[in-house]
Every structure is written in C-alpha cells, then in structure tokens.
Design a protein around this ligand. Structure first.
Ligand code: ADP
Ligand code: MG
Length: 626
C-alpha cells in the first residue's frame, strides 16, 4: 500500500488553529487589543460595526512593525515575544503563541497598516483567507492599524453560529472592559456603528473603573491593598450593600492579565460571608501581582485560566486582605435586607451558655400498647416560663400566624405544647384539617412558604407559588405591553437611579415597552434614570432590582425581533416581580392567587416552561398506603 499521510497545507492548518483562537468577534477584539498593549501603545481605538461581524478595527500608537515583520506577523508561530522555551516562564506580554494574526487572517479579510518610529514610510498589507493579496508602501502615522472584515466569510457554519448582535456586542464590551481595566494608564476609545461607546482617558485604576461603570460607582468602592513576599494585591471590592443578584462586576487580574478563577472567587466570596444575602454576589476589581515564574498561564488556549504554584496561600491571603478592608472601612453587616429570622439567635438565648440537647428515649416504648409514650426531647432552655417559648419561635412566628393553624391564639397554644415536644402528630394534623379550618371554609394551606396545597375532589393539588405568580404576571405584562393600557401609580417623589451609560442606553431602547407596563420616565440620559410613575403591580422598593435584572437579561440574550423582545421583557419582569419562595401567604392571598392563576390562558406552565402545579390523585395516594 502506498503512503497516505500528507502535511496539511498552511491555510488549512491555520483555519483549524483559528477554531481554537477565534470563537467569535470578541476573540478578535481581545487579540488585537492585547497586541496593541504589547506594542506599548498609550492610546488605542477600537472601531466595531455590526457587532464585529462586518468590521473590527484596532488602531494603536505603539512601536509598529517593519516591512518584513508586517509580512511575518501573519505566519503561524511568528512572534517577537519569546525566543526560547525559558521565556515562557518569564512572560511580561499578553501574547506569546504567535497564532492570533495567522488565525484571524485565515478566516477574514485583513488589512494591516503599520510604521515604526524610525522609518520614513510605512507598509500596507492585505490578506484574505491566509493569501497575501498585496503589500505596498504607505504613508501612515507611527503605530499599527489592523482591520478585520467579514469574519468567518469562508466558514459559513461558524458565521451562522454567531448569536444576535446584542449578545456579540456584549461579548466585545466584556473583552474591552477587561483590557481597559487592566491598563488604566492607556487611553481607550471604542466606537460601535459610528457612535461612541467608551472614551476613556489615561487615568488611575479607580477613575478607570468609574469611567467605565458610571460615576455612582465611586462611592461603592472599598480599596484593597496588601503586599507580601509572594503576592501583591491592589484594587477594590464593592460595598456589600451593592451586591448584585447576577454576577456582574467581578474581575481578577494577575500580572495585568484578566483571569477567571472559581477558586479565588470563592476566597473573595467567603470574605463577604455574613455581610450579604446568600443569593447576592459581591463586585470586585482585584489586581494581583505574582512572580511570573510562579504561574503557568499556558493551560488554556484563550488564556483566561492560570495555575498558581502556591494556590492555598494565595487563597488565604486574598480572603484575609478583603476581610480586613471591609472591616477597616467600617462595613458593618447590613441589616436592612430581609434576613431569614430563623437563623437569628433569640435574644434571651444569645446570652446563655450553650448546652447539648439531651434526648431521652423510652426504651419500653411499644407502639401497640394502648397509650404509647412519646420519645421525649428536652431542649436546654428554661421551659415552663411563659416568655421563653416565644423567642424560640421567633423564626416560625410569621408562618404560624398565617398558616392554617387557625387563630394566633390557637397557634400560641400549640407552640407551647410543642415546646414540651410531645410529638402528638396524629392529633395535630387531625386538628389542622378538620374542625376550625373547614368551619371557616378555608381549604388551602401553605407548605414551607413555597407551595400552596389545595384539596380537589379527586385528590389534591400542589401549586408552586412563585411559578404561579410568574405566570399570572407574565400574561398581564405581555397584554399591557402590546395593548398599552396599563395603569401606573404616580410617585410622590420621583425615583432617581444611577446606572452606567450603556445600561441607561438599554433602558432607552425598551422605554416604550416599559411605559406600556406603567413606568413613567421623567428623565433618561447619560447615567441617570428618573422615574415618576411605576406599574401598579410593583413596589417602589423593587424598582432598582427589577431594572437591573432586566438589563442583565437583555445583555444575556435578546433576539432582535419585536415580538420576542416583548416576550422576554415580560418574562424578566414577571420573574423579578413574582412572590418569592419563603413569603408566607394568608388564606385570602392564597385563594386570590389560585383564582388569578386559573383565569390565565395557560395556567399549567410557567413563562420559562416549568410546571406550575401538580395534582395527586386519591388513587395515587392509596397506592402509597398499600
Ligand atoms: P503573539 O502576540 O502571540 O506574538 P500575534 O499573532 O498576535 O502573536 O502577533 C504576531 C506578532 O506580530 C507579534 O509578536 C508582534 O511582533 C507583531 N504585532 C502584532 N500586532 C502588533 C501591533 N499592534 N504592533 C506591533 N506589532 C504587532
Ligand atoms: Mg498577540
């Protein structure tokens, strides 16, 4: 048999490599910006058209390239940044693989204009799909401009795989943020479809953060600073009260390179422990400096993950440093959010020395004897005293008052006997569903502040309160947005909110739809949103959360068509407005919710396609007892 192995032609090899380096327009942006930084630029301009699908252009005032280097820079493994394998362990540049330009040139139309400081005339090179089309002398300023047009023009599958312009632009802005934050001394300018997105003058790190994320960010920042033999930490964390539901502003840089590290993220999170609600994430901008010999950045092709030699010490130092900063700047635990009171130690007991609970088991217990004695659990607190049981039930009180135990008085009586921990479960449940409740015609009750249970002729129904409410709100909002007849409640004092410029721009885009739901915007520009009216369905205190969540959802995914945007808006708003798990509902509220739910067009599924309720047949129940 004859030989069958061949070397792949260069342009094919480059296309394959490109698959690794260039996933989307944002990858090109990252590589070009990093090359400009490596070229010691002090001013960089990024121009993007159609989310980078049509054009990505980066202009810098860095060192530029000679005529030969310009040509060579598009060869695979052509780099000026390392000469030997040793250099890999002492990296001070972003790039080093010499793959980016070769990869990009394999899958786009690329133009390069460049000139070094000491040459009179520059060079202009055109490459398409790895083929040099032309190279000629050109009169250009010192520095480099690289234009990448029609990305993936020769790989339709990749092009079709790209997300909507909103999503791709989001990715580009993310990359832009990462490079711009790491290099505050460099001036950055970004334009998208002809308009300014960011214009960031050379500044310090704090100003850079503020210039990107909006002037109100300044007061949210707590400086972090520490230097030890193995690690230097500088940067900022956001005060705990500004934590976000979504992971927004979280940035780690190691030696000026943006990295992702779940491990270090955990360190920061744990420094915030006790200062934030569980589902809220802290914001941070942390710049770590370590000896380049002590890290390996080579483990990921797009280089956002790195490996530290001494991960554990870095974790411990980072956690301690952030904790220290939060302490130093007097960031006391924030009490103004609804904490789960169940976790608070009742006042009376907080002063007492803890003793272990003792469990007495009745070894003669025989369930078949006529009057069984219960297992008796004693708690280590002062029993009998009228006042003490109350504090024990601090966490349960709300539940007791509004659940189906009947009157509060009755609930108290019940709790008192519960303190004595006679587990007469038969008797308790018996009472629950017979006498008092049914007498007053109440037929629903709440389980775990999460589910509403309602008897049916054929059995029972378990309704997920949050999903049910989402369905109700979703249909209502969708109707309002399209039919435009929502009522709004005027605010006595207009609500002034600050968001970053791009975020305000997002709200501007959906202004009309929001107004249809009942919002009245009295101002909407730069970094300010002023609201003088809100939908009747929501509380004023929820507006900030709702808008942040909305902005976030839009950044994550918005198909550009009108109908689905309304759909998405309604879903997002319904999700933030709906009654949450953990909220106790009284019987009227439960009834109301059920009635509204079954007035919906599609009561059985949530807007996000989850089941809203399940039913359990008596037959099914019967089977459980066989
Ligand atoms: P790497 O950055 O890994 O070296 P690239 O393919 O990104 O690989 O770039 C190849 C080479 O082209 C670089 O090593 C550098 O010498 C040169 N180069 C790329 N972009 C620029 C630029 N903006 N200014 C000056 N030189 C550049
Ligand atoms: Mg590079």
């Amino acid at each position: 048999m004859s030989d069958i192995i061949q070397l792949l032609p260069d342009h094919v090899a480059n296309q394959i490599a490109a698959g690794e380096v260039v996933q989307r327009p944002a990858s090109v942006v990252k590589e070009l910006l990093e090359n400009a930084i490596d070229a010691k630029a002090t001013a960089i301009t990024l121009v993007v058209k159609d989310a980078g699908k049509t054009l990505i252009q980066v202009t810098d005032n860095g060192v530029g390239m000679s005529v030969t280097d310009a040509r060579l820079s598009f060869e695979r493994h052509a780099t000026s940044k390392i000469k030997s394998a040793e250099d890999l362990f002492n990296l001070n540049t972003k790039g080093f693989r010499g793959e980016a330009l070769a990869s990009i040139a394999a899958i786009a139309h690329v133009e390069l204009k460049t000139k070094t400081a000491d040459s009179e005339i520059g060079t202009h090179l055109t490459i398409e799909g790895s083929k040099v089309i032309s190279q000629e002398p050109a009169v250009v300023p010192k520095g480099t401009t690289i234009s990448v047009k029609n990305l993936f023009y020769n790989i339709p599958a990749r092009r079709n795989f790209l997300k909507s312009n909103t999503v791709e632009t989001r990715h580009i802005i993310d990359e832009f943020h990462r490079v711009a934050l790491a290099h505050p001394g460099v001036a950055f300018h970004m334009l998208h479809n002809g308009s300014d997105v960011f214009n960031l003058p050379s500044s310090n790190s704090r100003q850079r953060i503020v210039n990107i994320f909006g002037s109100k960010t300044n007061e949210k920042l707590v400086p972090v600073s520490e230097e030890t033999e193995i690690l230097k930490i500088e940067g900022f964390v956001m005060k705990p009260e500004y934590g976000k539901k979504s992971r927004g502003e979280q940035f780690f840089f190691v030696n000026d390179r943006f990295i992702k590290s779940p491990y270090l993220h955990h360190a920061v999170n744990s420094a915030f422990e006790g200062l934030m609600k569980n589902d809220v994430h802290p914001g941070y901008f942390l710049f770590l400096e370590v000896d380049p010999h002590s890290i390996d950045i080579n483990i990921h092709p797009t280089k956002t993950e790195i490996k530290f030699d001494d991960e554990h010490s870095i974790y411990a130092m980072l956690r301690a440093t952030v904790k220290h900063s939060l302490g130093q700047f007097n960031i006391a635990p924030v009490l103004d959010f609804e904490r789960d009171k169940g976790f608070d130690t009742p006042y009376e007991y907080s002063k007492k020395a803890p003793t272990a609970p003792t469990i007495e088991v009745d070894r003669d217990f025989n369930p078949f004897k006529e009057k069984p004695k219960q297992a008796n659990i004693k708690f280590p607190f002062n029993r009998g005293k009228e006042s003490s049981w109350e504090s024990l039930y601090v966490g349960l009180k709300g539940e007791i008052e509004t659940s189906s135990f009947g009157t509060t008085q009755q609930a108290q009586g019940r709790s008192l006997s519960a303190v004595e921990m006679e587990f007469e479960s038969e008797e308790v449940t018996g009472n629950l569903f017979t006498d008092k409740e049914t007498e007053r015609g109440q037929t629903t009750f709440q389980l775990q502040n999460k589910y509403i249970i309602s008897p049916l002729k054929s059995g029972m129904m378990v309704i997920h309160q949050n999903l049910a409410h989402q369905r109700i709100l979703y249909e209502e909002l969708l109707k309002n947005i399209t039919v435009k007849e929502a009522v709004s409640q005027q605010l006595l004092f207009p609500l002034q909110l600050s968001f970053s410029k791009p975020d305000v721009a997002i709200i501007e885009k959906i202004r009309e739809q929001l107004e249809n739901t009942g919002f009245v915007f009295s101002e909407l520009k730069d970094e300010t949103i002023e609201i003088s009216g809100i939908p009747v369905l929501i509380l004023e205190s929820h507006v900030v959360n709702l808008l942040s969540q909305l902005i976030n959802d839009i950044k994550e995914e918005v198909p550009d068509s009108g109908f689905s945007q309304n759909d998405m808006l309604s879903k997002s708003m319904a999700a933030s407005m709906a009654i949450k798990t953990g909220v106790s509902l009284n019987s009227e509220e439960r009834e109301h919710l059920i009635n509204q739910l079954f007035a919906c067009k599609e009561p059985s599924v949530s807007p996000t396609n989850k089941p809203v309720f399940i039913t359990l047949d008596v037959n099914e129940l019967d089977k459980k007892f066989m």
